[in-house]
Design a protein around this ligand. Structure first.
Ligand SMILES: Nc1ncnc2c1ncn2[C@@H]1O[C@H](COP(=O)(O)OP(=O)(O)OP(=O)(O)O)[C@@H](O)[C@H]1O
Ligand SMILES: [Mg+2]
Length: 144
C-alpha cells in the first residue's frame, strides 16, 4: 500500500466511499491467480484531486470490455469462469463516484493485470478538516 505524506481528504458519505474501495479491492482479490496473486493500493495526488488505484496481477480487462464492465449486470467474458456475483459492483461504484464529482476508470496495471482508478475532488483546500459547519458565527436568529 502506497500512501501520500499528507492526509487525503475527500467529501462524501463515508460508507459509500468505503463501498467503492471495497468493490474494487474485492474484484481484484476475486480475479487474481491462486497462489501468486498480488493486489496493491495507491493513493496519490492528481491534478483532478485524490486518485486511488487498485492494481492486480490477474487477467486484466480487454480493451473491448472497458466500457461495458461499468454497466449493470455486465460480467466480462474473460472472467466468466471465475465470476461470482451479479455484475453490479462497478455500476454502483461508478454511480457513487460520479455523484461526488469524480471519475472511475480501468487501464493496464504495471503488475500485469487491471488497474482500477478513482479520482475524487480534493477537500484538503476546504479548511483544516475540523471546520464546524453549524457553529454559531454571528447573530442569534431567535434573539430579539
Ligand atoms: N480486477 C479485475 N480484473 C479483471 N476483470 C475485472 C476486474 N474487476 C472487474 N472485472 C470485470 O468486470 C466485470 C464487472 O465487475 P463488477 O464488479 O461490476 O461485477 P462482479 O464482480 O462480476 O459481480 P458483483 O460485483 O456484483 O459481485 C467482472 O465480471 C469482470 O469481468
Ligand atoms: Mg464486483
Amino acid at each position: 500500500m502506497v500512501l501520500p505524506a499528507e492526509p487525503a481528504i475527500v467529501r462524501g458519505d463515508r460508507d459509500r466511499l468505503v463501498q467503492v474501495v471495497l468493490n474494487l479491492a474485492g474484484n481484484a482479490v476475486k480475479f487474481i491467480p491462486e497462489p501468486g496473486g498480488v493486489v496493491a493500493l495507491t493513493v496519490i495526488r492528481s491534478p483532478q484531486g485524490w486518485a486511488v488505484w487498485v492494481d492486480d496481477n490477474g487477467p486484466g480487462v480487454p480493451m473491448e470490455e472497458r466500457t461495458a464492465i461499468f454497466e449493470r449486470f455486465y460480467q466480462g467474458a474473460h472472467t466468466r469462469r471465475l465470476a461470482k456475483g451479479t455484475g453490479l459492483g462497478l455500476a454502483i461504484a461508478q454511480r457513487i463516484v460520479e455523484r461526488l464529482g469524480g471519475t472511475i476508470f480501468v487501464t493496464d496495471s504495471p503488475l500485469g493485470g487491471a488497474r482500477f482508478g478513482v479520482v475524487l475532488p480534493s477537500g484538503n483546500e476546504d479548511g483544516d478538516g475540523s471546520r464546524k459547519e453549524g457553529a454559531h458565527a454571528g447573530k442569534d436568529p431567535g434573539g430579539g
